[in-house]
Design a protein around this ligand. Structure first.
Ligand code: PEP
Ligand code: MG
Length: 325
């Protein structure tokens, strides 16, 4: 089985009827890059940079971050690398930062909200990213955006840092794409309001499902509500993809759902461009996509949105797959 899957390394990800998508890897540590390549990743769809900040006593310096980003970009040799700015808070804590205790940390000052408040922390990371940009194909992504003003403010700060580096004579790539995660329902519902101001979206279903269902992703007692294939989630994903397509932008998905074989046919049908997952899931997903017809799954996905619950969706997907599609 392992050898069978290995045959998919280095192959493009194409459906039976010739529709091409990209299968990328989620990484957290530098060691993960080699694993991504060994498993045939066509890019890095999510580099969770919080791991550079965790398990230590102080903030990583600009130089330390620069070295890490440069390493990943060089190792990927021009393949796309989406690096997410710091997503701390919620379940991810930094003891040395002494952040105020909140009664609802997942609804509090996490991720970009914290970065906009602690502007110096954010600027340090952005400078490291900008300096590393000339070593590969960098795309910068902001997490947890709920309203357009946050996106514009993050982009304004990025542009300021870019100008100041360039004035200091430091080379910065002029083709860095800038995108945002869609993990807050407000951003998914109103994706058309954000689309003109980004180069891409990446849907973070781990959080999007949690916030849509109002069910803590870590809480076992409500885990029955954690339903990736619920029509509410599928409709949100469909809305995001449609809004992006109207503006000519691409859409990725970097939550666990991207590598979930039961969800992949629907995501393909909804028109997702990039699937980013843990490296170990890439080859089996490529094999599955090769067995599916994109045009047929476009129809099936449209039908799935009209079903009444996750059970019905899953049963429907199962039936269609047994039908040989
Ligand atoms: C997500 O929310 O789907 C996501 C990819 O981000 P994280 O799991 O790091 O919160
Ligand atoms: Mg998230």
């Amino acid at each position: 089985r392992k050898a069978e899957l290995a045959a998919w390394v280095g192959k493009p990800s194409v459906s039976k009827d010739g529709h091409r998508v990209e299968l990328a890897a989620n990484i957290g540590k530098l060691e993960d890059v080699q694993k991504a390549l060994d498993n045939g990743a066509e890019g890095i769809g999510l580099f969770r940079t919080e791991f550079l900040y965790m398990g230590r006593e102080n903030l990583p310096t600009e130089e330390e971050q620069f070295q890490s980003y440069k390493y990943v970009l060089e190792k990927m040799e021009g393949k796309p690398v989406v690096i997410r700015t710091l997503d701390i808070g919620g379940d991810k804590e930094l003891p040395y930062m002494d952040l105020p205790k909140e009664s609802n940390p997942f609804l509090g000052q996490r991720a970009l909200r914290l970065c906009l408040e602690r502007d110096e922390l954010f600027r340090t990371q952005l400078r490291a990213l900008l300096r590393a940009s000339r070593f590969g194909n960098l795309k910068i992504m902001f997490p947890m955006i709920a309203v357009r003003e946050e996106l514009l403010e993050a982009k304004r700060i990025l542009e300021e840092e870019k100008q100041s580096l360039m004035q200091a004579g430091i080379e910065v790539s002029d083709s860095i794409e800038v995108g945002m995660m869609i993990e807050v329902p407000s951003a998914a519902i109103a994706a058309d309001l954000f689309a003109p101001d980004v180069d891409f979206f990446s849907i973070g279903t781990n959080d999007l499902i949690q916030y849509t269902m109002a069910a803590d992703r870590m809480n076992e007692t409500v885990s029955y509500l954690y339903q990736p294939a619920h029509p509410s989630i599928l409709r949100l994903i469909g809305m995001v993809i449609d809004a992006a397509r109207r503006e000519g932008k691409w859409v990725g998905l970097c939550g666990e759902m991207a590598g979930d074989l039961a969800s992949v046919p629907l995501l393909l049908g909804l028109g997702l461009h990039e699937f980013s997952m843990s490296a170990g899931s890439i080859l089996q997903t490529r094999e599955l996509i090769g067995s599916l017809s994109h045009s047929e799954w476009q129809e099936h996905a449209k039908h799935a949105l009209t079903l009444r619950g996750q059970d019905e969706v899953q049963a429907y997907v199962q039936t269609q797959r047994q039908g040989g599609q």
